[in-house]
Design a protein around this ligand. Structure first.
Ligand SMILES: [Zn+2]
Length: 286
């Protein structure tokens, strides 16, 4: 918590995040038969950095963190993209809460035993149960890269996913967007993919119900209402992306909004307030 308050001071008391409250976990035992493929296009809204794990040396001798690549082309790994979409899907459904933070008490109505599954474990997989969705790597098709320094106070993984207050889980934590240009710079050099760059890939699914497919499309942001964040520097307004596909998939995503319960709709509205890029902060005066 102290670190968060420190960041608030750095950010001139503007919290760079907000949270979506938990909905109760419900057991999901419907059997789905749908299978298919959703083509995905990603457009970069603010500079993105995903660390390859390798350090490189610039011509001037300075060391920077390389962007992850396959055959020298930047990619968004399917695994990290899936994690990001899963957290969004969890926040707008009656999911369980999975966490490795043993010291924090998971609310009793936010868990199920291993014999059962919630709608999310059923789709995205859980211990002993295979995922029904598969995310390909997203490959850059139209892009530029450049090395940029980011602040030292930068935390590699600020997106822990849960908002904790007084040692108790309160909800899902999401970082707000900030318009391109307000991202602070600093001494830690990283390779970024430029704003406006595009990536392409696909999501394959097998054995989903109509409701699950609609939830997947919504969580991907295909209705245009939410814009996920990927990679490093989410707290500093880096990594904002817009995801699109063919119009039928946008319709499918809207179906989730139109057919959900009043309770779920409340969370969808809260999520849109945080993750719609139209609500991006316009300035940073820290
Ligand atoms: Zn579950």
């Amino acid at each position: 918590m102290i670190k968060i308050y420190c960041r608030d001071v750095i950010w001139n008391m503007t919290k760079p995040y907000d949270f979506v409250p938990f909905l109760k976990c419900k057991i999901y035992d419907e059997n789905g038969t749908l299978e298919g493929r959703i083509p995905i296009k990603v457009k970069v809204l603010t500079p993105v950095h995903i660390f390859s794990g390798h350090l490189k040396v610039q011509e001037n001798g300075k060391i920077y963190r390389e962007f992850i690549k396959v055959n020298r082309t930047p990619i968004i790994p399917g695994t990290s993209f899936k994690g990001c979409v899963r957290t969004i899907a969890e926040s707008v459904s009656h999911s369980c809460l999975r966490t490795s933070q043993k010291d924090k008490k998971v609310p009793a109505d936010k868990q199920h035993d291993e014999k059962h599954r919630c709608i999310i474990c059923d789709m995205f997989g859980s211990m002993g149960h295979r995922s029904k969705v598969r995310f390909s790597d997203l490959v850059a098709v139209n892009y530029g890269t450049y090395v940029r320094g980011i602040p030292r106070s930068f935390k590699p993984n600020p997106e822990s996913g849960y908002y904790i207050e007084n040692g108790k889980y309160k909800g899902y934590k999401f970082y707000k967007h900030g318009v391109d240009g307000i991202q602070p710079t600093g001494p830690i050099l990283c390779e970024f993919v430029t704003t406006g760059a595009e990536f392409e890939g696909e999501v394959l699914y097998s054995g989903l119900t109509h409701k699950q497919l609609a939830l997947l499309c919504f969580a991907l942001g295909l209705s245009g209402d939410i814009h996920p964040k990927i990679g490093y520097g989410k707290a500093f307004f880096y990594g904002s992306i817009a995801i699109s596909s063919h119009p039928e998939w946008a319709d499918k995503a809207r179906q989730y909004i139109n057919e959900c319960s009043h309770e779920v709709k409340g969370n969808i509205d809260a999520l849109i307030r945080i993750l719609n890029y139209n609500n991006a902060l316009k300035s940073y005066d820290g």
